[in-house]
Design a protein around this ligand. Structure first.
Ligand code: SF4
Ligand code: SF4
Ligand code: SF4
Length: 240
């Protein structure tokens, strides 16, 4: 039931992507930065950082439209990925993008205003035919990477949002905030590795179980491992 609900939420989010695209856009936030304005997407990135403090990367497992696309692609290519190698690519892309964003705010002399609907005056991101080109370009890139690289390949390689979530997650742990995570009762584990085969983020859950919890910054709290474990080893916990 939990996994069905999660998938429905992700598919609804994917369906609404023509409406929400600008609020997740790295371009819109840069456009705002050079004008000294906090756009809708810049605000969302800040909110992602804040959500990371308490919910880790739950956004990725339950809300993000790209997560919905990844779930579909995973049925076509369920191959696990080399997350470590792809992380280098992702953070390199992020460093360039974030650098441009900060440069924009510095050149503009800081933040002078807030405009949540910047470049989205009609409340819908894809509000004219030409914007479908951008929409299909974004969707197509994620689709190709998910298919070519394997499970959530695009999330691992090009996502500009996950570093905000990961930073929030790390800060939450540092501050010992009550943060949602997956806990394990190691003594009950029979090493069947069903959790590994189900994990959409290619985490070695079986190895993490030995440490008492899943600490990986890649964990998106989807709960696939919790649902599949035949010995109820894994469960959600919310402790600092
Ligand atoms: S990693 Fe990025 S693209 Fe993937 S689900 Fe998370 S926020 Fe969305
Ligand atoms: S599915 Fe459960 S029992 Fe099997 S390896 Fe994973 S944690 Fe252990
Ligand atoms: S470790 Fe479990 S909760 Fe985390 S991403 Fe993998 S399957 Fe989902």
């Amino acid at each position: 039931m939990r996994q069905k609900t999660r998938r429905v939420l992700l598919y609804v989010s994917l369906f609404l992507f023509p409406v929400t695209m600008n609020f997740l856009s790295p371009y819109v936030s840069i456009d705002g930065a050079f004008a000294g304005v906090l756009s809708g997407s810049a605000i969302l990135f800040l909110l992602l950082f804040l959500s990371g403090l308490f919910f880790g990367r739950g956004w990725c497992g339950w809300v993000c439209p790209a997560g919905g696309l990844a779930e579909l692609c995973q049925t076509l290519n369920p191959k696990p990925v080399n997350a470590k190698r792809l992380r280098v690519v992702r953070y390199s892309i992020f460093a360039v993008w974030f650098g441009v964003l900060m440069t924009g705010f510095i050149l503009a002399g800081g933040v002078h205003g807030v405009d949540p609907l910047r470049l989205t005056e009609r409340y819908v991101s894809v509000d004219e035919p030409v914007k479908y080109i951008l929409y299909y370009l974004v969707l197509g890139s994620f689709f190709v990477l998910d298919l070519a690289l394997g499970r959530r390949g695009a999330c691992h390689s090009i996502c500009w949002m996950s570093p905000f979530l990961s930073a929030g997650m790390a800060a939450g742990r540092l501050l010992h905030l009550p943060q949602l995570h997956v806990r394990a009762k190691a003594e009950q584990c029979i090493d069947c590795k069903k959790c590994n085969s189900k994990c959409p983020m290619s985490i070695d859950v079986n190895a993490a179980v030995k440490t008492g919890s899943v600490k990986s910054c890649d964990c998106i709290l989807c709960g696939e491992c919790v649902s599949v474990c035949p010995k109820a080893v894994l469960s959600y916990r919310n402790k600092g």
